[in-house]
Design a protein around this ligand. Sequence first.
Ligand SMILES: *Cc1c(COP(=O)(O)O)cnc(C)c1O
Length: 397
Amino acid sequence: MGTAVAQLSEVQSFNTLALHAGAVADPTTGALLTPIYQTTTYRQEAVGKDKGFTYSRSANPTVSALERRLAALEGAEYCTCYATGLAATTALCLALLRAGDTVVVSQAVYGGTVRLFNQVLAPFGVTAEFVDTSDEQALREAVTAKPIRFVFIESPANPTLQLTDIELAAKIAHEAGALLVVDNTLLTPALQCPLELHADVVLHSTTKFIEGHNATVGGALITSDAELHERFSFTRNATGAIQSPFPAWLTLQGVKTVGLRMAQHSDNALRIARFLEAHPRVTKLLYPGLDSFPQFELARKQQTAGGALIAFEVDGGVEAGIRLMNNVRLCALAENLGSAETLITHPASMTHADVPAAQRQAAGITDGLVRLSVGLEDPLDIIRDLTQALAQTKGAA
Ligand SMILES: *Cc1c(COP(=O)(O)O)cnc(C)c1O
């Protein structure tokens, strides 16, 4: 099973790895694509003698192929794939945390991450301190105030796009004896490589740009630390959180173009961000690829492009934002991000509704904030749609 990977060990190019890493041609038919091994169990040759697979809750060949590819793309040794991104976060926490432990989490993170820590893990005695991890002093204070098991950051953060300096966060976490976990969902390894910046674990919701076509839900934990990987695999098997073969197979197809898509998403987003920034109805705009972005220098240091997400506010506050979202035609009003289609979201009422209002305010998620996940349509068509929808916001209180 390892031969396909071994043959590619000399290949460095990201786009080549995205197509070939971890693939296994079917030995009997020669089928080029890794098959969907839709099976629960595996015939064993003799007692105690198997071919590396015994039961599909522990491991499955299609899922393993995806794991090898994602590990290669992040420049890592190991990967475990999960039913969803949040199943990956859950496995991470169950593998590493015990009652009485404290973790430090970026103040602005995916809403489901906040809900998991506050409403599911807190009753088990796990404390999450939400901190502005873009603030070096605040992060240093948080990791030295008491023992911290890990620091969990998202950069850019969803939905404010605030960046955390990954290399600096790794240094601060390690000095305090903590691990650094980076949720790299918003950029993918095509645009940002946290392990190269000394993070210990990368987390993905493969639901987003990795699979890229709005066809699956899935998650991954990627690391080069054998002991951490062993714990993730054990926890995944013990809790039954593994990805299924069919979504893993779809993800193997989607991820082939992740480098091409992220480049195009970023080009399109830059054009649309420039258009929105110059639009008289837009009062505030955040896009890491624009030099108006408050952390533009840091973006240039740790990302190779701005990514697909734009955050902005329209004159007229919440009412104007709602009118904009109710009047788009090409852009889809939807939860989710990272698909080929452009999606528009109101974080305060949709993706981040379960985040306490005070925490939303502290994280900069204002009630009028609009999040745009720029897709792969012709950017002129998206601009046309936004132009007509913005015109409908005039006169909003
Ligand atoms: C969507 C998302 C998640 C959760 O992933 P699911 O696949 O929806 O469970 C985690 N982190 C980020 C940044 C996300 O956008």
